[in-house]
Design a protein around this ligand. Structure first.
Ligand code: UDX
Length: 460
């Protein structure tokens, strides 16, 4: 007689994503959870990941790895022209993924993909394998794009560029709080066409798993499910490091740039004293932004840990204004962010509001200073300030930049005074809710079990 665990271990799930840190992190975490629930999991990603790695990882946290070509040489600079890259990937990705699946020794019972490879649904349909999508941004964004790409509501246009939008399960969004891809000013043609394809292909997707949790986005999750979507929050999909447990992130594309001293440096700082600053993996700050952040930090006199990334093959310029504040903090080109956000010395996070960074901040219980730039970030920033009350937003100047005084003002607002106490209390409550969602029998844990049961039942 085969035990249910043995039965599950014979069930193979394939995860597919492109090699971007913000996509790899949540899907790999989901993979590790599915392994713990007894499934056999393989992650297939584009081989550009190998560019920064001395050797290809073939097994991380119980998840097996495979690579497929996106049609470009490994050393090609994909960030130089995102439209060209996404077009090439959509042309070669499906062919190469299909070849990988057909030649693979395991027969997959289900394929789970991230949104920016929407053609995976076509591949899954062609070979008749049930397909799930892991939505890696807030459920709020799913609702906004679902309404926008299905033409269910009015959105800003060239003739009415400043209109506000009210959608089911969500607060009113002003134009500067909407994702940049739904605005008439959007210049990224490829992202618009990918999102169009995501929502065009939704009938081929059996389950949508959201990297969020009920307590964080209850109204919109209920509204999506009442509106006929099968949308199950299974997050937050973040490393257990944030909950005080050991866990290797596993697939760190920038590990070679990491400054291993920063945890030691943090350990020498007072509790809740350090301002942590990072803008994720896609953005590079302008010289003016760097100067203004530096001047704001200088006025606060508070210690800081600042990740400044520069484009490939470039070095951080030796700015005089960075030299001036050198002794006040630590500047690095990459850090183990989840270890940083779980460190007691960190008092707040000045962030671009990428969804992974925000979830990591929520689970770390760290207040946020929101400095959104594009895509989902303006909407995520609204959740931080107006919905969860765990931070403040930097006010932009008329030219879209921000001043040093504004940086200093926001740092003080979250680090000291009455408002900061409320923010800190809210942040700790959300942290507790996040941990509860993931516990045995928590809402996200139950959704994962339900998903696993459905996958298992499709095989019996
Ligand atoms: C992109 C988009 O920009 C973002 O808006 C969207 O929500 C997800 O995809 P990215 O800009 O990379 O993501 O930001 P984010 O989602 O925050 O992911 C960055 C990841 O890199 C985080 O998991 C963070 O922990 C990690 N990181 C960042 C490090 O490990 N070390 C660093 O020094 C900086």
């Amino acid at each position: 007689m085969i035990s249910s665990c043995e039965q599950k271990h014979n069930i193979n799930v394939l995860l597919v994503t492109l090699s971007a840190q913000g996509h790899l992190n949540p899907i790999l975490k989901l993979g590790k959870i599915l392994v713990n629930k007894g499934l056999h999991v393989t992650l297939a990603t584009t081989n550009s990941a190998l560019k920064n790695m001395s050797s290809a990882p073939n097994f991380i946290g119980g998840v097996h790895h495979e690579f497929f070509s996106d049609g470009l040489p490994i050393d090609y600079n994909r960030k130089a022209n995102m439209d060209y890259y996404m077009d090439t990937l959509s042309k070669f990705g499906p062919v190469n993924l299909l070849a990988l699946i057909k030649s693979h020794p395991r027969k997959f019972a289900c394929i789970i993909h991230t949104p920016f490879v929407p053609w995976v649904s076509d591949v899954a349909a062609e070979i008749n394998i049930p397909n799930a999508m892991l939505w890696i941004q807030p459920c709020t964004l799913y609702q906004i794009y679902h309404r926008y790409y299905n033409g269910l509501d009015e959105f800003p246009t060239d003739t009415n560029p400043n209109m506000s939008v009210k959608l089911p399960g969500l607060p009113v969004f002003h134009v500067d709080e909407l994702p940049s891809f739904v605005l008439p000013s959007n210049t990224f043609r490829s992202f618009d066409s990918i999102l169009k394809q995501v929502f065009h292909n939704m009938h081929k997707v059996k389950w949508v798993l959201g990297n969020s949790f009920m307590e964080l986005e209850k109204d919109v999750i209920m509204s999506l499910n009442n509106g006929g979507c099968v949308f199950w929050p299974v997050g937050p999909l973040v490393p257990a490091t944030l909950m005080g447990k050991e866990e290797d992130v596993g697939f760190d594309l920038f590990k070679s740039n990491e400054d291993s001293n920063c945890i030691e440096w943090l350990s020498k700082q007072k509790p809740s004293s350090v301002v942590y600053i990072s803008f994720g993996t896609l953005l590079f700050l302008t010289e003016k932004d760097i100067k203004n952040i530096a001047s704001g930090l200088k006025t606060t006199k508070r210690p800081f840990l600042w990740v400044i990334r520069v484009p490939e093959n470039q070095e951080l310029p030796k700015h005089g204004f960075l030299e001036e504040i050198k002794e006040q903090g630590l500047i690095v080109s990459w850090c183990p962010q989840t270890q940083v956000l779980s460190h007691p010395a960190v008092g707040c996070f000045l962030s671009h509001c990428g969804w992974n960074s925000l979830l990591e901040s929520v689970v770390g219980g760290v207040p946020v200073i929101a400095c959104p730039q594009w895509t989902d970030q303006p909407t995520n920033a609204k959740l931080v300030t107006d919905v969860w009350g765990v931070g403040v937003k930097l006010k932009k100047d008329s030219d879209g930049g921000f001043s040093g005084e504004e940086v200093g003002r926001c740092v003080e607002e979250v680090m000291s005074g009455l408002k900061s106490e409320v923010i800190r209390k809210n942040a700790l409550e959300l942290k507790a809710a996040a941990c509860e969602a993931l516990m045995d029998g928590g809402l996200s844990d139950n959704n994962i079990r339900m998903f696993v049961d459905e996958v298992v039942s499709t095989c019996s």
